[in-house]
Design a protein around this ligand. Structure first.
Ligand code: SF4
Length: 276
């Protein structure tokens, strides 16, 4: 998500290895999950898929990493992109991020074909969780690309009542009229094909990307910096961050904030711990 649905797709170089705990041997039969990153504390397991390519509902944030004829990765924006997906930029920048998410997608697609996706996700969570793990952030990068894939996560949430699962999504058509488990928190993310479902009132908790604190205040929205609002009842705002297309007014807004010593991006120094 700009970094944004995904609340925006924040990933961190520390989360680049197969298996998130340092020293763990790469496991190619398990999904890659990381324990925390620059935005989220270590009590949160994070699972990611390739940005943009797995986001059928994305519009204004849609960007993805492509490989050119020389084997070099570059960013490609979608037809309607206004603010660039931070998660896609990370895939261009870091080999391991790109490979890690491609690995996850391949395993998920294979598992969906043979009906074992819920087992794969559940087993991978048990493999990566620690004593501290209390939450699972689904998709800082990526989104629910099919109903069967969403069903698998719902089954996993039902199998793990001690964990809180949460996500942002623009695949809102999949959630319409759906009763989610009590430990599954979905925040509808503005900026996609299915915004009209938010406008129609189906998703009281939604997030909206804004340029600065004043814009959020004018909309009557609090700004979230640590995903704590994902567990509340109200809509909220996210500040645009990350690299933006040349000439973008969103990029200009980030530069103005930085020049004023205001929020410029996430890192471990400004990370806040969330208790839910
Ligand atoms: S919905 Fe997809 S393209 Fe949009 S910000 Fe999230 S990961 Fe990026």
């Amino acid at each position: 998500m700009l970094s944004v649905h995904c609340g925006g797709g924040k990933c961190h170089p520390h989360a680049l290895y197969y298996g998130s705990r340092q020293g763990i041997t790469p496991n190619h039969t398990m999904l890659n999950l990381s324990n925390g990153n620059g935005k989220l504390a270590n009590d949160t397991l994070i699972f990611n898929l390739p940005a943009g390519k797995t986001c059928p509902g994305a519009m204004f944030c849609k960007s993805f990493a492509v490989v050119d004829e020389n084997g070099k990765r570059k960013i490609q924006d979608g037809e309607y992109t206004e603010f660039r997906c931070f998660a896609a930029s990370s895939e261009v920048q870091y080999d391991a991020v790109y490979n890690n998410r491609a690995h996850n997608l391949q395993l998920i697609v294979d598992a969906l074909k043979n009906g074992s996706a819920a087992d794969l996700i559940h087993d991978s969570i048990q493999h990566n969780r620690t004593r501290k793990t209390a939450k699972v952030r689904i998709h800082e990068s990526g989104d629910f690309f099919s109903g069967a894939y969403l069903d698998a996560w719902i089954e996993v949430a039902n199998r793990n009542p001690d964990l809180k699962f949460y996500c942002y999504s623009k695949s809102l058509q999949l959630f319409q009229g759906f009763k989610l488990p009590e430990n599954f928190y979905m925040t509808a993310s503005y900026g996609g094909k299915f915004d009209y479902l938010i406008d129609a009132g189906y998703f009281p908790r939604y997030s909206k990307v804004v340029m600065n604190d004043d814009d959020a205040a004018n909309l009557g929205l609090e700004v979230d910096h640590d995903d704590s609002h994902c567990f509340g009842e109200k809509p909220f705002a996210l500040l645009v961050h990350g690299t933006q297309p040349k000439g973008s007014i969103w990029g200009a807004a980030i530069r103005i904030r930085r020049a004023a010593n205001k929020f410029g991006g996430y890192n471990k120094k400004n990370r806040q711990s969330v208790t839910v």
